[in-house]
Ligand binder design. Structure first.
Ligand code: PMP
Length: 389
């Protein structure tokens, strides 16, 4: 039996994190649609990834529930997909994704973290070199670390740097995998997908992995992401997206070739060794997906709100590299960022500080996740309070 002082090393580290303003705590939150209440204060939720307001849309829920029968409400898959968890709704959802993207195949996984930590180690062996953008998400970094492939990071969105690396290393490797996000989760800026595709084509044996977690649902004519917007869905070897953000559900997918899908089914450990998603969740995802492709009004609204905020920041001369609905305001020190987040919360906006290790030291920031269901008045008030910070 462990003694209390066996945990002293943890206490010391936690105290250090606290002193640096970097201690994470689980907030106690009550949810009411777009709003959250914490410590008795009701605030507009600008910290979730419910960009289109689908996760909080009661009408959609009622419609879905109205069709649900006890037979269709299957709350558990009770095993891995490779055992008995592979129900027909999985196949329906994957066929729909493949059809929408115009690709041979799609594979649904339990979440984006599973996809990113599972696919990279599965496709990249000791003969592979991975070249990953410096700012890719923690789940992709964990995927790099879990695998046996050597990896290098290129400077954020720096295509010249990436090309130098490809030029130097690609000829010496059996294959190279370029890894990027499309909209970057902490910076809200975008990868130049067309240039990445060009580079991939120029260096034979190069595969391209794009994480569209923050673009799926939001970008492109049918909300399929930045690859759809830039006309390159056919050229991405692993086009990964998640359902837990704009799609208001849970889970992730990768669209790819039939061969790649078969390989993933045989090699991705977080796919093989986990209980499949519950069929009721897949039914909800499919229900949403069929509507999401037609939600251009919500996508347009989100784009308008984003432009409004970017314009205001530009007018005040605030550095703003984002080109999306994710708008980071870099403050610098964690303690000051926490104070600014609290000030916005006092004014009714639930904005959180993002601190190391999620972002590099000295770049703590407020991360605003805009949502299509914000009113004009809320946006004007937000802009005013940001100005006064
Ligand atoms: N990729 C990116 C870019 C993300 O931001 C996240 C989650 N924040 C994930 C993957 C993980 O997705 P999930 O939440 O479905 O595990």
């Amino acid at each position: 039996m462990a003694k209390e002082n066996d945990y002293d090393y943890m206490r010391r580290e936690l105290d250090k994190l606290d002193a640096a303003g970097n201690l994470r705590r689980l907030p106690h939150l009550e949810h009411d649609g777009r709003f959250v209440t914490a410590d008795g204060r009701r605030m507009l939720n600008l910290s979730s990834n419910d960009y289109l307001g689908l996760a909080t849309d009661k009408e959609l829920r009622s419609e879905f529930l109205g069709r649900l029968t006890p037979e269709a409400f299957v709350p558990s898959s009770s095993s891995s997909r490779l055992l008995t968890g592979n129900c027909p709704i999985y196949e329906e959802l994957e066929a729909e994704l493949a059809r929408l993207y115009g690709r041979e195949a799609a594979l649904v996984l339990n979440c984006g973290y599973h996809a990113n930590t599972g696919i990279l180690p599965a496709v990249a062996d000791a003969d592979t070199l991975i070249l990953a953008d410096k700012l890719v998400h923690a789940s992709l970094i964990d995927g790099l670390k879990l695998g046996t492939a050597r990896y290098l990071r290129y400077r954020h969105n720096d295509m010249k740097h990436l090309e130098r690396m490809l030029h130097e290393y690609a000829p010496t490797r059996k294959r190279t995998v370029i890894v990027t996000e499309s909209i970057f989760s902490m910076d809200g800026d975008e990868a130049p997908l067309r240039q990445l595709v060009e580079l991939k084509k120029r260096y034979p044996g190069t595969l391209l992995y794009v994480d569209e977690a923050h673009a799926f649902g939001v970008r492109g004519r049918r909300g399929l992401g930045c690859a759809e917007e830039q006309g390159v869905t056919a050229d991405i070897d692993f086009l990964m997206g998640t359902f837990g953000k704009a799609a208001g559900s849970e889970g992730a997918f990768v669209v790819c070739s039939r061969t790649v899908r078969e390989w993933l089914v045989n090699r991705v450990r977080p796919f093989i060794f986990t209980t499949a998603l519950p069929p009721v969740n897949l039914a909800w995802t499919l229900f949403i997906l069929r509507r999401l492709v037609k939600m251009d009004k919500r996508r347009k609204r989100l784009a308008e709100l984003s432009t409004r905020l970017h314009r205001a920041l530009h007018e005040w001369g605030v550095p703003d590299l984002s080109s999306s609905h994710i708008v980071p305001l870099v403050v610098g020190e964690s303690a000051e960022t926490v104070l600014k987040a609290e000030a916005l919360q006092r004014h009714g906006f639930y904005v959180l500080p993002v601190r190391p290790p999620t972002v590099p030291e000295g770049t703590s920031r407020l991360r605003l996740s805009l949502r299509a269901d914000m009113t004009d008045e809320e946006m004007e008030s937000l802009i005013q309070h940001l100005k006064d910070l």
